[in-house]
Design a binder for this molecule. Structure first.
Ligand SMILES: C[S@@+](CC[C@H](N)C(=O)[O-])C[C@H]1O[C@@H](n2cnc3c(N)ncnc32)[C@H](O)[C@@H]1O
Length: 335
């Protein structure tokens, strides 16, 4: 089960604890891109390169990548049209070099084809929610403001948090609370949710978590894990990441690099395993006597251990505290 293996990974010391990113409070108001210097350094955008920011958000990483590479072109995607509008304004001085699209990053191959790009030299995925989503009361991501239970990154997608909480079976709600939130009191919270139906607001959900969990541990609001779990389920964040990771190396040109910033262990473990698979010389099941898979390595992993923010960055930007950056490079000489 995922939770058990995530806990095991933490014992090894290389996987992040579940994030408390929904608990960053007013600090999130000024969005600061995470590990931005490291991302630019690892992706080493070159003049004239084709760059993809697959989670462009408020455009912080994109602006730094463009600044580092005169003449480079950038394709920026986001599921959230509100974020895209902000990125568009932020990158306005570079409109000639920037294409912005409202899209899921699993659609990247089709978008590259539409632009007639034969691949990208650098791809960034900065997973999770943005400070805009957390701070914008009305989107329902945060327990800090009372708002309708929505939590959709893409407001045109079907299925809000209220739909999920008011219609899913109790055991399914308990499962996501355990798996996506590592919430110890998952069964009791799921039971209380079902009893309180219909739920309409974030305040109602937060009060249920508070009632069941008590005051929680210092620095972590008792509703943090519940909100994280519901948000991950509403947006099918892990399913979307899996779709990209199935063959994401194909979007890179030879010598191109992909950098992925993850904020909790379930994402980071998937990235680590996908990179390991992409870099393997054989993917036959263990104990197969002779290799029959015909697979060969597609990338080399540049970060055997994830890059983590310094204590200074965490002090400046608490959202960075659970970030882990992994980078891989497509094999073959750049054209
Ligand atoms: C952490 S923020 C990115 C912040 C950005 N790097 C910056 O510097 O402003 C994550 C963004 O990714 C978007 N997002 C999450 N999952 C996505 C997906 N599957 N496809 C496209 N965008 C996604 C979210 O809507 C959010 O705006």
């Amino acid at each position: 089960m995922e939770v058990a293996s995530a806990a095991h990974e933490r014992a090894e010391g290389d996987a992040p604890p579940m994030t408390d990113e929904t608990d960053i409070g007013p600090v999130g108001a000024a969005h600061v891109p995470v590990l931005v210097g490291e991302v630019v350094e690892w992706l080493r955008p070159r003049p004239g390169a084709r760059l993809v920011d697959a989670t462009v958000g408020l455009g912080g990483h994109a602006a730094s990548l463009l600044a580092a590479a005169p003449g480079a072109l950038l394709l920026g995607l986001d599921r959230d049209p509100q974020a895209l509008a902000i990125a568009r304004a932020r990158l306005a001085a570079e409109t000639d070099r920037v294409h912005l699209r409202h899209a899921h990053f699993a659609e990247l191959p089709a978008l590259l084809a539409e632009l007639r790009w034969d691949g990208a030299d650098a791809v960034l995925l900065d997973l999770g929610v943005s400070s805009l989503q957390l701070d914008e009361s009305g989107r329902g991501f945060s327990f800090r403001a009372d708002a309708p239970l929505d939590m959709r990154m893409d407001p045109s997608a079907p299925g809000t948090a209220a739909d999920l909480l008011n219609t899913w079976p109790e055991r399914e709600i308990a499962r996501i609370l355990a798996q996506y939130g590592e919430e110890r009191r998952h069964r009791a919270i799921a039971r209380a949710i079902v009893r309180a139906r219909p739920l309409r607001t974030t305040g109602e959900l937060a009060r249920i978590a508070e009632r069941v969990c008590g005051r929680g541990r210092p620095g972590l609001h008792p509703a943090t894990r519940t909100f994280q779990a519901v948000r991950i389920a509403v947006n099918d964040e892990l399913g979307g990441l899996d779709r990209f990771l199935a063959d994401g190396w194909k979007v890179l040109r030879p010598g191109g690099r992909v950098a992925i910033l993850a904020y909790h262990s379930l994402e980071d473990r998937r990235v680590k395993e996908a990179f390991r698979r992409w870099a393997a010389d054989c993917v036959c099941p263990l104990r197969t006597p002779r290799c029959t898979c015909g697979w060969s390595a597609k990338v080399r992993v540049l970060t055997p251990r994830p890059v983590r923010p310094t204590p200074e960055e965490i002090a400046r930007n608490p959202r960075a505290r659970s970030a882990r950056l992994r980078v891989a490079e497509r094999l073959g000489a750049p054209a």
